[in-house]
Design a protein around this ligand. Structure first.
Ligand code: BDR
Ligand code: CA
Length: 309
């Protein structure tokens, strides 16, 4: 067995989810990939996970999960990720489809079969919450639940207060944050420090490889979106940060904090409330929150993953 951390990636590809799969394929020992509706419909996130598996020549199972949140209707992010989730990138239809549509059951079984796996959710937390409902002991069996979601400071990307993955299923996020699992939160406050765009894409494209070409197209789409939205060329590569937090934790500075998910607020539904009051904080510190990234080193690793794919 390799000494790379064993990882399950729970994702909704998704432009930056696709980048996270590339990073996980290179630096982690991938146990499997589970998919959830989020950036786009479940049918597309699952097909995209299968396409990325084929592109990278991975021999891991892909299991489709929840097609909507625990409560309410699904929020999508088509404007960020395109109609089918990978921007303008068109990959061939995969020869191998999903291995099941039972991601929740598979998460329970896989973590029963082997303790100490890192669970890395980079989409809405629906699958993880349902797996914890089915078997709360999962919280004690995983090495970590390393989440891309939320934010340590009051900055959202869907609303003023809420980040997409938490906003898309706040009740699921609330259950996960109260589960007692060893949580790490890679929120917007962190991921906004790690930015890539068309210049990185050009370097990837010059490799002349299928993965280099794919990454170049993903970054080009990302740049066009971020130029229009924020007038910046480089966009935050959120989801690879969660993978790197497991494989290269030395690149990040963390602090333990009590973190709660707001499920009610008229203006704050889906916000992660991080208690920064130190000794006066309410409740136990349930989450390791990431504050600072060595962005240059993180970007170098993403580029290395593309080069060596
Ligand atoms: C998160 O939302 C999605 O659009 C991205 O894939 C990322 O997981 C950032 O808020
Ligand atoms: Ca995502």
């Amino acid at each position: 067995m390799s000494d790379r951390p064993r990882m399950i990636l729970d994702c909704d590809p998704g432009v930056d989810d696709a980048m996270a799969i590339i990073a996980a394929a290179r630096f982690a020992d991938l146990v499997g990939i589970t998919t959830v509706a989020g950036n786009v419909e479940l049918e597309h996130t699952t097909a995209n996970a299968c396409r990325m598996r084929e592109l990278l020549g991975l021999d891991v199972e892909v299991h489709a999960g929840a097609d909507g949140p625990l409560v309410g209707v699904q929020e999508f992010a088509h404007e960020v990720h395109g109609a089918t989730g990978l921007g303008d990138l068109v990959l061939p239809d995969p020869a191998r489809g999903p291995d099941s549509d039972g991601a929740v059951e598979w998460l329970v079984e896989a973590t029963r079969a082997e303790e100490g796996i890192h669970l890395v959710p980079v989409g809405p937390l629906t699958n993880v919450a349902l797996a914890l409902r089915a078997d709360p002991g999962l919280a004690d069996r995983v090495a970590s639940v390393t989440i891309m979601g939320g934010s340590a400071v009051g900055v959202g990307n869907v609303t003023a207060a809420a980040e997409f993955n938490v906003y898309a299923d706040p009740e699921a996020a609330d259950e996960v944050f109260r589960s007692g699992a060893p949580l790490t939160m890679m929120g917007l406050n962190l991921t906004h420090q790690v930015r890539m765009g068309s210049a990185h894409g050009a370097v990837c494209g010059a490799l002349g490889t299928p993965v280099g070409d794919a990454m170049a197209q993903l970054l080009e789409f990302y740049t066009v979106f971020h130029l229009a939205e924020e007038e910046v060329v480089d966009g935050p590569v959120h989801d690879p940060c969660a993978v790197l937090a497991v494989t290269h934790p030395e690149l990040f500075e963390f602090g333990m904090r009590p973190v709660h998910v707001e499920v009610d607020g008229a203006h704050t539904r889906g916000m992660t409330v991080v208690d920064e009051r130190g000794p006066r904080a309410e409740g136990p510190a349930n989450c390791r929150v990431a504050y600072r990234a060595d962005a240059e080193a993180a970007i170098d690793l993403v580029m290395q993953a593309v080069r060596e794919a």
